[in-house]
Design a protein around this ligand. Structure first.
Ligand code: 76R
Length: 252
């Protein structure tokens, strides 16, 4: 039997994807819409406030394509808070005109692959801070879930820890060559959701997502062992941009 790698967990993560029922939204009176937007902005303002007290993080994004229109990412110290956030949002008037085509529950995870054996990373304040990250305020985000393959000779979980460590070192080196251009937050979801990890990437240039993910496809750990779910990409929304997105160009 191979030895499981040690993992370190931080804040819990909830990726809440929403689709807007525009027919329903446009059938509301202008005054009704205005009230629901105010309530929405008030709610997301309160979600964002946790950052000031380092009790979590929050981001809102417009998502391209048919899979979703909006993404709200919440990071919180406990799963119970994520449940509160979910129900709080669902009770708003705006949520009534949305559906949830996808969501993802996971927890910020760092693994010991690149940590020299015998050292305790938790004594390093920088390491600990990475377990409780403030979502980068970049203009673009990309999210997708992934697994490590378990099939025939390509079974990640049957490899020795040395083999896994060596492949993860190569992975980390590719990743680090994107330092300053792409930030990643890896969230683990074994036992929490349908895939093993959520990959959340942040950048000011969407092409960097394409370049990074493509380069990794040629790296053994992704080429042989990576299985991927659907990709979601979008732009960060300020509260003002969220308001405009909902209110602009609607007649009546
Ligand atoms: O050096 C370090 O301290 C961290 C090294 C590192 C680890 C351990 C690292 C670096 N990653 C690690 C773990 Mn990663 N990562 C992904 C994807 O699309 C694909 O092919 C894969 C999706 C991307 C794009 C990416 C980017 N990484 C992991 C794990 C957990 C694996 C496990 O435990 O078995 C997954 C699933 C995963 C997937 N990785 C980096 C990056 C980038 C940009 C870096 C360097 C920047 C950084 O350190 O944050």
């Amino acid at each position: 039997m191979s030895q499981a790698v040690t993992t370190y967990e931080g804040w819990y993560a909830y990726h809440d994807f929403r689709k807007i029922d525009w027919t329903k939204w446009k059938s509301l009176s202008a005054e009704d819409r205005r009230q629901r937007v105010e309530e929405l902005l008030d709610t997301v303002h309160q979600f964002a406030e946790v950052e000031e007290h380092r009790r979590g993080s929050f981001g809102q994004y417009a998502i391209l394509g048919h899979k979703a229109d909006l993404l709200f990412i919440h990071l919180r110290p406990t799963m119970d808070e994520l449940n509160e956030v979910k129900f709080r949002f669902d009770k708003t008037g705006f949520a009534e005109v949305t559906t949830t085509p996808y969501s993802y529950t996971s927890v910020v995870e760092l693994s010991a692959y690149t940590i020299p054996p015998g050292t305790d990373p938790m004594s390093d304040p920088q390491f600990r801070a990475r377990l409780e990250p403030i979502l980068p305020k970049t203009q673009y985000t990309c999210f997708y879930p992934m697994n490590k393959r378990r099939s025939g000779n390509d079974n990640w979980y049957m490899l020795s820890s040395e083999e896994r460590r060596s492949m993860m070192r190569s992975h980390g080196m590719i990743g680090r060559s994107y330092a300053g251009r792409v930030r990643q937050i890896i969230t683990g979801s074994v036992g929490l959701d349908d895939w093993e990890w959520g990959v959340s990437l942040f950048s000011d240039d969407p092409l960097s997502f394409k370049k990074l993910v493509y380069e990794m496809r040629f790296d053994e750990v992704s080429a042989r062992f990576g299985d991927f779910g659907s990709f979601y990409v979008g732009s960060r929304l300020t509260p003002e941009a969220l308001r405009n997105l909902l209110e602009e160009h609607i007649q009546g």
